[in-house]
Design a protein around this ligand. Structure first.
Ligand SMILES: Cc1ncc(COP(=O)(O)O)c(C=O)c1O
Length: 448
C-alpha cells in the first residue's frame, strides 16, 4: 500500500489538507458495473459516473472488446495534417454524425473537452479572418457556465476566479448572466442584451451549455430558440457545449436533438463519448461552416489545430462501440425511465425534507438545491457535507463550488433498484446532516 508521506501526485483545485487526509484506503482500485471499490474494500454506487463520463458503467464488454481488438490490430494512426488516419477513426466520425442533428456533418476529434472548446473558438475566429472580418473576434459565454480549464477554455468558463489566479488568459472572451441567475421580465435575455450593447458585429460566437453543469439549470427551448434566432440574425456562430449533455446523458443522443427549433453551428462532445474508458472529445460542425473553411482560390484547408493523439485509433474504437451500445441496447430508453424513477423518488424525499428547495432533472442529469426552512440557501460547505454523508452511505455524487448544489449524474445503465438505493441513501444523508452527524473518515473531516 502507498505511504501517504510519499504521495507524489497532486490534485489541482483542492487545499493541501485534503491531500494529506486522503488515506491509502481511500484510493479506488477496481470497479464492476456501476460500482467502484476503494483500497479499504468498500464498494460505492457511482452516482457521479467518474467525472460525469463513465456513462456505460465500468464493465461494458462490447467497449472493452473493441478497445482490446484495436490495440491488437492498430493501436495508433496519425489523424493530423497529411497523416493517414485509422480506418476506425473515419468509421467513428461517420457513426457520430449519423446521430447528430441534420447538417452537423463534420467531425474534428480532439483529446479532451477543453481542447474541443478551444478548437470551436479558434474555428469560429479563423472563419472571420478568412472572410475579411478581423473585427469579429469576441466570444460570449455565460457566467457559471463550465467549459474546461487552462488559458483558453478556462477563460471561456464563467467562473471568475479561474480568470485571475494564473495571470493572462485568452483575450476577447466576455460573459453575461444566464436566465437562472438573472431572470428578466421583458423577454430579452441578458445574453442578447449584453451582445447588443457590445456590438453584435464584433461578436464571432456564443457558447452555452444547453443544461448548465454547475447546478443542472435547464435552458428552456424558448430561451435557446430566441438566442438561436438572435445569433442567426447577427451572423454569430452558436456553439452548444454538449460535453456533459451529449452522448445520451439527457435521454437523447444530444440535448440539441430535444430542441428541434434550434440547430447549433458547432457542438462539442466529450466525457461519455468513450464512456471514460479512454480519453477523447470531438468538435462537430455544420456543413455551412465546413464549406467556408476552404480557401476558394487554392482549395487549401489552412486551419491548423490538433494534437498528436486526436482521433486516436483506440479511442475511436471505444467511441464506435459506445455509439453502437447507445443506439442498439435501449440505453436512451433506460435513461428516460430511470429519470422518471429518480424524479418520483426525489419528489417524495422533498415532501419529507423541505430543505430540498429545487429539483432539476433532464435524463440522468440531476441538480438539487438546498436551503434552510426560512428559505436561505445552504452554504456550499453544507452541500459538501451532504455529499460526504451520502458517500459514507455508499453513494458517490458531486457537490459544486458555485452553488449549494448536489449533482446526481449516475451511469446511464443504472437499474430501478440502483435509483431506489440512491434515493434511500440521500434520505439518510440529509437526515444525518440535519442531525449534525458527520462521517468519521479523515478524508471527510478535511473537507468538512
Ligand atoms: C460542459 C463542459 N465543457 C467542457 C469541459 C472540459 O472537459 P475536460 O475536463 O475533458 O477538459 C467540461 C468538464 O467538466 C464540461 O463540463
Amino acid at each position: 500500500m502507498i505511504n501517504p508521506a510519499q504521495y507524489s501526485m497532486w490534485n489541482s483545485g483542492v487545499p493541501r489538507p485534503y491531500l494529506k487526509a486522503l488515506a491509502p484506503e481511500d484510493m479506488l482500485t477496481e470497479a464492476e458495473g456501476v460500482r467502484v471499490r476503494d483500497a479499504g474494500g468498500r464498494w460505492y454506487l457511482d452516482g457521479r459516473s467518474g467525472l460525469w463520463n463513465t456513462t456505460l458503467g465500468y464493465s461494458n464488454q462490447r467497449v472493452k472488446e473493441a478497445i482490446k481488438n484495436q490495440i491488437d490490430r492498430l493501436p495508433f494512426a496519425n489523424s493530423y495534417g497529411y497523416g493517414r488516419p485509422a480506418e476506425v477513426t473515419h468509421e467513428c466520425a461517420n457513426a457520430l454524425v449519423a446521430q447528430l442533428p441534420d447538417g452537423i456533418d463534420w467531425i474534428r476529434f480532439a483529446s479532451n473537452g477543453a481542447q474541443a472548446v478551444e478548437t470551436a473558438v479558434q474555428l469560429s475566429r479563423f472563419l472571420r479572418l478568412r472572410h475579411g472580418h478581423p473585427e469579429r473576434s469576441a466570444v460570449f459565454a455565460m457566467w457559471d457556465g463550465f467549459h474546461g480549464q487552462g488559458p483558453g477554455a478556462g477563460m471561456v468558463t464563467g467562473v471568475s476566479y479561474l480568470h485571475h489566479h494564473t495571470g493572462p488568459m485568452l483575450p476577447g472572451i466576455h460573459h453575461a448572466p444566464g436566465p437562472f441567475s438573472s431572470p428578466n421580465a421583458d423577454g430579452v435575455s441578458e445574453m442578447e442584451r449584453a451582445i447588443s450593447e457590445f456590438g453584435p458585429e464584433r461578436v464571432t460566437a456564443v457558447i452555452v451549455e444547453p443544461i448548465i453543469g454547475e447546478g443542472g439549470h435547464i435552458l428552456s427551448n424558448e430561451y435557446l430558440g430566441s438566442l438561436a434566432r438572435f445569433c442567426r440574425a447577427h451572423d454569430i456562430h452558436l456553439i452548444f457545449d454538449e460535453i456533459v449533455t451529449g452522448m445520451g446523458r439527457v435521454g437523447a443522443f444530444t440535448r440539441a436533438e430535444q430542441i428541434p427549433e434550434v440547430t447549433p453551428d458547432i457542438i462539442t462532445l466529450g466525457k461519455g463519448i468513450t464512456s471514460g474508458y479512454v480519453p477523447m472529445s470531438a468538435v462537430a460542425i455544420h456543413d455551412r461552416l465546413y464549406q467556408q473553411l476552404h480557401d476558394n482560390t487554392t482549395g487549401e484547408f489552412a486551419l491548423s489545430v490538433g494534437s498528436t493523439n486526436d482521433g486516436h485509433a483506440v479511442a475511436a474504437a471505444a467511441a464506435l462501440a459506445v455509439i453502437d451500445v447507445l443506439t442498439k441496447d435501449g440505453v436512451l430508453e433506460n435513461v428516460r425511465q430511470r429519470s422518471a424513477d429518480l424524479v418520483t423518488g426525489l419528489g417524495k424525499l422533498q415532501a419529507r425534507h423541505p430543505e430540498i428547495t429545487a429539483i432539476r432533472c433532464q435524463g440522468l442529469m440531476c441538480g438539487l438545491e438546498f436551503g434552510d426552512e426560512d428559505g436561505a440557501p445552504w452554504a456550499p460547505s453544507a452541500a459538501n457535507k451532504l455529499r460526504l454523508a451520502l458517500e459514507s452511505r455508499g453513494v458517490l455524487s458531486s457537490s459544486l463550488r458555485v452553488a449549494p448544489n448536489l449533482m446526481l449524474m449516475p451511469p446511464l445503465v443504472v437499474t430501478e433498484a440502483d435509483v431506489a438505493e440512491i434515493v434511500e441513501a440521500l434520505d439518510g444523508a440529509i437526515t444525518d446532516v440535519k442531525a449534525g452527524r458527520h462521517p468519521e473518515s479523515g478524508f471527510a473531516k478535511a473537507m468538512g
